[in-house]
Design a protein around this ligand. Structure first.
Ligand code: BMX
Ligand code: ZN
Length: 699
């Protein structure tokens, strides 16, 4: 699913919505509101349009009573927002709600001033702003501690929101009646004012979660209230804090409660547990918008106060990397008028953020780096990277620059269930290690043998190297388990991506990678882009047949180059020679004749062993000659454990390529050995740090 898109015509082209928290003691003036209507130059003069939509919300009434009911009491161990619904002992009443209407829609209210500010800026900017500007007004929470709200009309009964004197159904109806009254009041007063530049887009539900219990039924209340709002042509908006509970409420929000919801990343407020990548991913999955969160200072102790700049940079960069700057509707939380105060701040960094935010809102912000606040051992953000091969299952923590910080490895188990179990336990170990090092986990990248539907994160099928490794929704499985964005790709493709970003592929637009391990993995880059094919199954280069009547391959073909030139091929052939007595190996045991043991024997002068390895090199050369003629690459980049065989393998390989490829192709291509320590693992990590981690979640 995509984000909730910008410019939706049913939402009057809403793109960026600024949250304007009001204080009865400090009403919104025209001067204040100019900061949100337009970008202001150094002299404070408007020179470009800024926000298209304005959300007005107040937390407390002038009497000190509460409109809202969320209380932030810190974060849970898992880094979730620990907001709780504590109904205020001093809930706002009818008089307070009327004051709110006055604050927004009175003769000198916020909207009058907003309308005037837009008019003023229009004169200065000299360009029209497009669609009319949107206004969204808050609906206070009807606290269930409110036993005496007041009457909606003269002589009407005093509303009671509590279940002290009547049952839940009645209490909820009275809460609903109050909300309906307010919505109608907003509509009437708004219409009467005949603003020049403003449209009333909708109303906003203040309470950041939805409860239902023996004394509260917000589910029913919201469904009914929504009908009322819709009947007036308005939209119902919501921006809940991040918690698993709320994220699940967002799953079906459009069906039940709201017309538009924005997800709060809350990455600003908690040390652990959250990432921008995960928030972007969760928002996409739910057709939601994203909330930007910045502030200069907040009263509550914020866990990441010292990392404020670095974290906010991630919100901004994430807009580009994960596309939400231009693809998603964005709400902008700014604490206490931060944007306004950043404009002329004494700290140049704050002024720079002011410009960056304005660029973000106009869709012109470009990636920037911020000196990272680092964890105890100097690591910032890491990917949990896993490489599942025919022989080994390996894992690592890798940072955005491609530095590998921690590695683990074990033998690849032989059944699908066992592989999944070990994969999870490897990842769990990596999560712990990342935590221990104070690193922020950005996501999970998996490099695996087999055909992988990269877009869906599903393993489609495999050869016998990974038995029964097919039809596995691996992304979904791992996402559920770890609550992190997950990307999965074929190991040959991962290696090619690593070369493209960090290795020998950086200087080439057309290249081919071959990973010579248990099997032969392949990746093809054309015009600087990975060739995926119609179903992401391209570049199975190990399964190019070089012999029409060769041995059968578990891929369905015969005589695949992998059966002659890979580690498993060498081991199998060596075993046959050992059995027949043609060669004797030092380190042999019948079960475990490895390519390495064969190489040992060859180095010691065993002619049969040497011949086997040479034949392997020649076989690979035949396939690669064909690849040169097919793709005309600039480079062939080799990696994998067989590289260690050195000249014995490489010389016949190079010679065969030369002999058998066409002149032009041969003259263009340079054969190089990768200088990356681990292309598969690095490529899996690059899926996490590049857009791949989330763009692919949209299907
Ligand atoms: C096989 C095939 C390829 C893979 C290659 C290298 C499976 C399970 N694997 O040709 O997808 O790229 O092996 O894999 O179908 P490795 O086991 O050497 O890492
Ligand atoms: Zn094959």
């Amino acid at each position: 699913m995509p984000y909730f898109p910008q410019g939706h015509k049913d939402f009057n082209e809403l793109r960026h919505l600024i949250l304007l928290y009001g204080d009865p003691a400090k009403p919104w003036t025209r001067g204040d509101l100019r900061y949100y209507v337009a970008h202001l130059d150094q002299k404070g003069e408007p020179d470009d349009w800024l926000f298209d939509s304005f959300l007005f919300l107040n937390v407390k009434a002038g009497t000190g009573r509460d409109y809202s009911a969320d209380i932030n009491i810190g974060s849970t161990m898992a880094g979730e927002g620990n907001f709780v619904a504590v109904c205020s002992p001093q809930p706002a009443n009818k008089g307070d709600w009327e004051a709110l209407v006055e604050f927004y829609l009175g003769e000198h209210g916020a909207l009058r001033n907003l309308d005037a500010a837009i008019g003023e800026c229009a004169d200065k900017i000299g360009r029209p702003y497009g669609a009319r500007r949107n206004v969204v007004l808050m609906l206070p929470y009807p606290h269930i501690t409110q036993g005496s709200f007041g009457a909606l009309s003269e002589g009407g009964g005093i509303l009671d929101f509590s279940t002290k004197r009547h049952n839940l159904a009645k209490a909820t109806e009275e809460r609903l009646a109050a909300e309906r009254w307010l919505v109608d009041e907003y509509v009437q007063r708004f219409t009467a004012q005949q603003f020049k530049h403003l449209d009333l887009l909708g109303v906003y539900w203040m309470f950041e979660t939805i409860y239902r219990s023996w004394d509260v039924d917000d589910h029913w209340l919201l469904k009914e209230l929504r009908k009322h709002i819709r009947a007036r042509g308005l939209k119902f908006l919501w921006i809940p804090f991040w918690s698993s509970y709320n994220v699940h409420l967002l799953d079906d929000y459009q069906k039940y409660y709201f017309d538009l919801a924005f997800l709060q990343p809350n990455y600003m407020f908690y040390k652990q547990g959250k990432t921008i990548a995960a928030a972007a991913h969760a928002a996409r999955q739910r057709n939601a918008g994203i909330e930007m969160e910045y502030y200069l200072e907040l009263n509550e102790p914020i866990a990441v106060q010292s990392e404020r700049h670095a974290r906010f940079r991630e919100y901004l960069n994430g807009g580009v990397t994960y596309g939400y700057m231009s693809d998603a509707v964005c709400a902008h939380f700014q604490g206490a008028r931060a944007l306004q105060r950043m404009h002329m701040h004494t700290d140049a960094r704050e002024r720079e953020f002011y410009e960056d935010i304005c660029q973000f809102v106009t869709g012109t912000y470009r990636l920037k780096s911020e000196i990272e606040e680092r964890g105890a051992e100097g690591i910032g953000r890491v990917a949990l990277s896993v490489d599942l091969g025919g022989t080994n299952l390996r894992g690592a923590l890798i940072d955005a620059e491609g530095t590998i910080h921690h590695r683990v490895s074990e033998r690849t188990p032989s059944s699908k269930e066992e592989i999944l179990r070990r994969l999870k336990s490897t990842l769990r170990g990596l999560v712990d290690e990342a935590r221990r090092r104070g690193a922020h986990v950005h996501g999970i990248g998996v490099s695996t043998g087999g055909r992988v539907d990269f877009d869906a994160g599903v393993i489609l099928d495999s050869t016998a190297l990974l038995s029964d490794w097919q039809n596995i929704p691996l992304r979904e499985i791992l996402q559920l388990e770890f609550q992190l964005p997950v990307s999965v790709d074929n190991d040959g493709n991962c290696a090619a991506l690593a070369e493209l970003m960090l290795g020998e592929g950086r200087a080439a637009s057309h290249f081919i990678t071959l990973v010579l391990g248990t099997g032969i993995g392949g990746g093809v880059v054309v015009d600087g882009k990975l060739l995926r094919g119609a179903r992401n199954a391209a570049a199975e280069l190990g399964h190019i047949s070089i012999s029409h009547d060769g041995p059968e391959c578990s891929c369905g073909n015969k005589g695949c180059v992998e059966l002659y030139a890979s580690g498993s091929a060498l081991a199998r052939q060596a075993k046959e020679l050992v059995k027949s007595g043609a060669i004797r190996l030092d380190r042999n045991s019948d079960q475990d004749v490895s390519a390495e043991a064969l190489a040992d024997a060859a180095r010691k002068g065993n002619a049969a062993a040497q011949q086997l390895i040479e034949q392997a090199g020649t076989s690979l050369g035949i396939a690669v000659a064909g690849l040169l003629n097919t793709f005309n690459p600039e480079r062939i980049i080799l990696s994998g454990s067989l590289i260690k065989l050195g000249d014995m393998y490489m010389r016949p390989f190079r010679e065969t390529v030369k002999e058998r490829s066409m002149a032009v192709a041969r003259e263009t291509a340079v054969i190089v050995v990768s200088d990356l320590s681990d292309p598969g693992l690095l490529g899996a990590a690059s899926l996490v740090f590049s857009r791949g981690a989330v763009t692919s979640g949209s299907s």
